[in-house]
Design a protein around this ligand. Structure first.
Ligand SMILES: *[C@@H]1O[C@H](CO)[C@@H](O)[C@H](O)[C@H]1NC(C)=O
Ligand SMILES: *[C@@H]1O[C@H](CO)[C@@H](O)[C@H](O)[C@H]1NC(C)=O
Ligand SMILES: *[C@@H]1O[C@H](CO)[C@@H](O)[C@H](O)[C@H]1NC(C)=O
Ligand SMILES: *[C@@H]1O[C@H](CO)[C@@H](O)[C@H](O)[C@H]1NC(C)=O
Length: 451
């Protein structure tokens, strides 16, 4: 395992230095630190002195599959994948996809207090309102992309719910601002803190007003839960607007996160600058040197690398072949990833180091300015009073059960804690598992009925 980690770091460094002669590690580090001045977001982030080389050494870099020992499986995956390439859904937008499967769809625009123009999608129905919020690099599409048999948006609609799907600032449906343009850095100066403080309140108020009700049910996946916890602790008046919060793979504490990209993003890690830079300057780009390097490490260079591992979301969040609908992968790839700011990743990276659920760390001086203290404040989870239910899995790269347990203990109002009864269930399976209906929806449905 150590060798893999070492290889990874070397390859990452060589990405930095790809046009020049081979650098020694020390030289490369110096160069990276100098380069950071060109990166506005990295510039704001202090270098933490803690030595993370040990973490890197101990980091068990997960592997998806090795081409050598699973030849039959590889052949099967490739042929299923190829069978899916003709699917017309690949070319369909979110609206067209939903319409194709016979559901009505509406698009709504919401302006946040800080002037982002967000799009929401709705599959209207007579039942009570359920608001769905996607994770990092995701969008409203995440809840439809699995198709009508397994997609959460369809299952909820079949049960009569009025389904609303949010889109956070910066994703492909929400790239508008009344004064700023995505080509400007200022547009991307946000993390999930702002999504929780501005986007969620604006979208929730809009749904409540449109449906003339005072409460809705909230279902979040991954960062859709992080941003919820931010909102419910920073703007506690929103708790009374939520009759139930369902968290699918909740994320707040990150000490034990397995995702290699996130671990390498931890500030203080010598590879931090290299990674942030290769993710893109402000915006996380779907194809970049970080994802190319990880693809090679996790998947090798065989045919699988071109199919399964061609998507940064899998590289970032892990995957599980048992629950993966390979035939549907081409459709998935045409909708995911959906865009995010580098600052969202960096804010998570800070949590890996600090072990706390805290606001963004801008360094002593800016922190003092912004927060009135050198240290950034914790999110006060005691202010989360809405009833919360939690779905988690042992194998999740992002939501480790130990971190989840810490969150569980800090929240005062957890009404249900459910471990998915499937060992290898991955972070993305909470959206796209083949057995979503039995493994997730059965339980979810009961919870919603009683909310
Ligand atoms: C928000 O974006 C939508 C879709 O592009 C556009 O039609 C609408 O005019 C925008 N709203 C404002 C206030 O600019
Ligand atoms: C909603 O209720 C109305 C009146 O009861 C009914 O006509 C309509 O078909 C219902 N719509 C759906 C989508 O169930
Ligand atoms: C959160 O709760 C604490 C008490 O636990 C309170 O002092 C604080 O003002 C609350 N935060 C907000 C934003 O209301
Ligand atoms: C798997 O994907 C195919 C192709 O998109 C789809 O027709 C099928 O319903 C999916 N299976 C499940 C269990 O969702």
């Amino acid at each position: 395992m150590f060798d893999r980690a070492l290889l990874l770091t070397l390859v990452l460094l060589s990405c930095e230095a790809q046009n020049g002669p081979l650098f020694s590690i020390v030289d490369s580090k110096r160069r990276l630190v100098n380069d950071k001045t060109k990166l506005p977001i990295v510039q704001q982030v202090p270098q933490v002195s803690r030595d993370l080389s040990l973490d890197l050494k101990d980091m068990k870099l997960p592997t998806f599959i090795s081409d050598n020992d699973r030849v039959e499986l590889t052949d099967q995956i490739i042929s299923e994948f190829n069978a899916g390439l003709d699917n017309e859904d690949i070319t369909f937008s979110m609206s067209d996809l939903v319409k194709k499967y016979g559901y009505p769809i509406e698009k709504h625009q919401v302006i946040t207090k800080d002037r982002y123009n967000l799009s929401m999608y709705r599959i209207p129905n007579n039942g009570s309102a359920v608001f769905l919020m996607h994770g990092l690099l995701g969008s409203s599409d995440d809840f439809a992309v699995a198709g009508p048999e397994s997609g959460l948006a369809y299952l909820l609609s079949d049960d009569g719910y009025d389904v609303w799907m949010g889109n956070s600032r910066g994703n492909k449906h929400s790239r508008q601002h009344l004064d700023l343009d995505p080509s400007q850095s200022a547009f991307w100066d946000f993390s999930w803190h702002e999504i929780g403080c501005y986007d969620l309140p604006a979208m929730i108020d809009y749904v409540l007003q449109a449906t003339k009700t005072s409460k809705l049910k909230y279902i979040g996946h991954s960062q859709g839960t992080t941003s919820f916890f931010v909102m419910a602790s920073q703007r506690p008046e929103y708790n009374s607007k939520i009759s139930l919060m369902v968290s699918l793979a909740p994320v707040a504490f990150l000490t034990h996160v397995k995702s290699p990209i996130l671990r390498l993003l931890a500030p203080g890690n010598p590879f931090f600058y290299s990674i942030t830079q290769s993710l893109g300057v402000n915006e996380v780009l779907p194809d970049n040197s970080a994802s190319r390097v990880l693809r090679r490490l996790l998947c090798g260079v065989g045919a699988l690398a071109k199919t399964i591992c061609s998507n940064i979301v899998f590289l970032f969040l892990g995957l599980d072949f048992g629950q993966l609908n390979v035939t549907n992968l081409p459709v998935l790839y045409s909708h995911i990833p959906s865009g995010a700011s580098v600052k969202q990743f960096v804010h998570y990276g800070q949590g890996v180091v600090s072990g706390d659920f805290k606001q963004f760390d801008y360094g002593d001086i800016t922190n003092l300015d912004l927060y009135g203290s050198n240290v950034q404040p914790l999110y006060n989870l005691q202010n989360v009073t809405a009833p919360v239910s939690m779905f988690y899995s042992e194998a999740d790269w992002f939501t480790d059960p130990r971190d989840l347990n810490k969150l569980y203990k800090r929240l005062g109002n957890v009404i249900d804690l459910y471990k998915v009864p499937y060992e290898q269930f991955s972070h993305l399976d909470f959206l796209i598992a083949k057995d979503f209906k039995t493994l997730i929806y059965l339980r979810l449905r009961k919870l919603l009925r009683h909310a």
